[in-house]
Design a protein around this ligand. Structure first.
Ligand SMILES: [Fe+2]
Length: 239
């Protein structure tokens, strides 16, 4: 014998609620007004959550570290054991990681990697990287705080043959898949011709990958920029 599933609860009708309380007809209007006022006074749990457009995915590329580097903190301009800062324009980057409902995501691993001021990836696979700046860390990682915030100090990326300046990002939420994208410099004249950036069909999505750098607020840096990342349903792209 099969058991019928329980009937879905009917949405309560206010006038039925009033009748069920045994209220006389003349009082029902007052009850309805009170119910409406109570509903308005209730905190709207999703009022703060704005719908956000997911950040466009970009290829991971071939230069993600093959092994975890010994120095992988958030300051890529300093390498343990080297008594000088990295060459290049020191740049502070920060941002937040959100989901598509606008909720800030805590505990998300954020990793970045890029070329140094000489245009070299610190990676054995970079054929053009035979003279890297030893004072540049090349890669860094952190985790978002309770407000989904992350921060790195690095150098302004430079162009290398075939690509405009960019910084690679890998973003991994707790228990989730890694999302990769690339951040570009707003206003760079080569952006319109870069084959990776222009692999993103939407002009708005391409614009969201381009960050305007301005004067830095924190001592020790020259430039600063903000790059927010929204994780959504963008399908992963091949490396
Ligand atoms: Fe790259």
């Amino acid at each position: 014998m099969t058991t019928a599933p329980p009937a879905a609860p009917e949405r309560a009708r206010p006038d039925a609620a009033a009748a069920s309380l045994g209220a006389p007809a003349r009082c029902r209007r007052r009850l309805l007004v009170a119910a409406a006022a109570a509903a308005l006074a209730r905190p709207a749990t999703h009022a703060c959550a704005a719908v956000r457009t997911p950040t466009a995915a970009q290829m991971r590329g071939p230069f993600y570290p093959q092994t975890s580097p010994p120095d992988d903190d958030t300051d890529l301009t300093r390498v343990r054991g080297i008594d000088r800062a990295a060459e290049g324009v020191i740049t502070d980057l920060d941002g937040q990681v959100f989901d598509a409902d606008g909720r800030a995501l805590a505990g998300v691993r954020v990793e970045i990697w890029q070329v140094d001021a000489r245009g070299c990836y610190h990676h054995v696979g970079d054929a053009g990287g035979d003279d890297p700046d030893p004072a540049f860390q090349g890669f860094g990682r952190t985790e978002t705080d309770a407000q989904g915030r992350w921060r790195f100090r690095t150098v302004r990326p430079v162009a290398y043959p075939g690509r405009v300046p960019h910084i690679h990002f890998a973003v991994t939420p707790r228990g989730g898949a890694t999302f990769t994208t690339q951040m570009y410099l707003a206003g760079h004249p080569g952006n319109d011709a870069d084959f990776v950036l222009n692999g993103v069909a939407s002009a708005d999505a391409r614009a969201a990958l381009q960050v305007a750098l301005g004067p830095a607020a924190r001592p020790g840096a020259t430039l600063a920029g903000r790059f927010d990342i929204t994780l959504g349903r963008t399908p992963p792209v091949a490396s």
